[in-house]
Design a binder for this molecule. Structure first.
Ligand code: PA5
Length: 451
């Protein structure tokens, strides 16, 4: 049964139900090409089977490696970028205590991230922390050649070896990479690091349910089986309702956003009301941006955290250009309980809500905002989950992955490649004088002079 519910009633002032439902046949066809692996980018459809497809021993090996790390490290550095970073961070941040880093470590190591920027200050500050902490690392790169994580790994590995010696450092490094190619694979074999494989047919941004996401989540102490079960439940709902949009949240979401896009709603804003979901939105932005934004097409995925951003972006959303729509992630129940106290003096005039749970106020802020935005001509899609836990995150991950693939096929692009990300890399390599880029270096220097 799905814990995730989708409500598109509030886009029906903008799009007719007939228009949404007229897409059923095309979407059914798309499911067939996805499940039968016949569509564009069909060599990257391994993610479809991941919820059921990871063999038991891979899960056991991940849990074993995580347990070893948990036994020896108070800090775990996860090195990776893009799809090799955001999935783990999305899940861990959603599940963890908001102030975990400042609380004394309990049984789980704190997780910190590196390799997702090229900031000298960030890395130097991280080394300050690593000087003081007992730590281990995971280096995650499918290609094994990405510049950002490679720089971070080189620096952190040197620190690790200096701190523990080469032999012990080897016991504190886990490599997650391709099964046979790439520099990281070579190094992992030479140094005998514990290693996990990113399957050939799973691209970075669809890899959260492989060791790429599962290992850091297990190290943080969360239940990776429950995460996979959530994804399994969502896959079953989709498969059981390939022709029945009414009971298939993925079809509804893909059809709704496609109809809105055709009406020139070019920006989709994912809205959360729980700060723990900030990185879930970042994961979703990467998934949709890199999958759909090509051939001069695609919805621009943006994100806001409410009510924080109601005091900034809220103005634009209410009153600015009408080229956007919102997808609101609504959480029914918090993990904790807290009520607003009564105050004799009532100087802040808050006694009218004293005794109420904070969640009640948050929900009224959410409802009030939704009504205001709809009134302001912003179509709203609402996705609700009972609470933030491994199961609902697993459901959401698979839901958004499948909806992204379906949406990409509706747009007639290949949702599994990313040719556009090469442009900056080629310029950067040319500017840095990377061997093999000599021609490009000359051309770019000429271009710089001319400008
Ligand atoms: O989704 C993708 O494919 C990308 O975002 C990659 O995950 C990202 O570029 C990192 O690549 P790699 O894992 O090869 O270092």
């Amino acid at each position: 049964m799905s814990n995730l519910q989708i409500n598109i009633r509030q886009i029906l002032d903008f799009i007719s139900p007939e228009e949404i439902h007229s897409q059923q046949d095309r979407i059914t066809e798309i499911y067939h090409s996805l499940f039968n692996k016949t569509g564009k980018g069909n060599d990257f459809l391994g993610w479809i089977d991941l919820p059921f497809g990871l063999s038991g021993h891979v899960i056991e090996d991940i849990e074993k490696a995580a347990e070893q790390i948990r036994g020896k490290a108070e800090l775990f550095v996860v090195i990776g970028i893009g799809g090799s970073y955001l999935g783990a961070r999305a899940v861990n941040d959603a599940l963890s205590h908001h102030f975990a880093q400042l609380l004394r470590p309990d049984k789980a190591p704190h997780i910190v991230y590196a390799g997702h920027n090229i900031s000298e200050d960030y890395l130097a500050d991280l080394l300050d922390l690593l000087d003081r902490k007992d730590y281990a690392i995971a280096v995650i790169s499918k290609s094994g050649t990405t510049t950002e994580p490679a720089i971070a790994f080189r620096i952190i590995r040197e620190h690790l070896e200096g701190k523990y010696g080469k032999q012990e450092a080897r016991q504190r490094i886990i490599a997650i990479t391709d099964k046979e190619k790439g520099a990281l694979k070579q190094l992992a074999m030479d140094e005998n690091y514990t290693s996990f494989i990113v399957p050939d047919d799973v691209g970075g941004r669809y890899s959260v349910l492989t060791p790429v996401g599962l290992l850091p989540v297990a190290v943080a102490g969360y239940d990776i089986n429950a995460l996979l079960q959530g994804a399994q439940q969502m896959q079953k709902i989709i498969r059981d309702n390939i022709r029945n949009m009414h009971d298939n949240p993925v079809s509804l979401y893909a059809a709704a956003r496609n109809s809105l896009y055709k009406k020139k709603r070019l920006i989709e804003i994912m809205v959360n009301y729980e700060p723990g979901l900030f990185y879930f939105t970042e994961w979703w932005k990467q998934l949709y941006g890199e999958s759909e934004g090509k051939e001069q097409k695609g919805i621009f995925p943006a994100g806001v955290s409410f009510t924080t951003d109601l005091h900034s972006m809220g103005q634009y959303i209410q009153d600015g250009e009408r080229h956007l729509f919102e997808t609101v992630i609504s959480v029914n129940n918090p993990k904790r309980k807290l009520s607003i106290p009564f105050d004799e003096q009532n100087l802040d005039k808050l006694n009218y809500i004293s005794g109420k749970r904070i969640i009640e106020v948050n929900h009224m802020a959410e409802l009030g905002t939704r009504l205001a935005h709809i009134e302001g001509n912003v179509p709203n899609i609402r996705i609700s989950i009972p609470e933030i836990n491994e199961n609902s995150l697993g459901q959401m991950i698979y839901f958004f992955e499948m909806a992204c693939a379906v949406s990409g096929y509706i747009l007639d692009v290949n949702p599994f490649d990313q040719p556009g990300v090469e442009a900056y890399k080629n310029n950067m390599f040319a500017l840095l004088g990377k061997p093999g880029f000599e021609g490009a270096t000359k051309a770019i220097n000429k271009k710089i002079k001319e400008n």
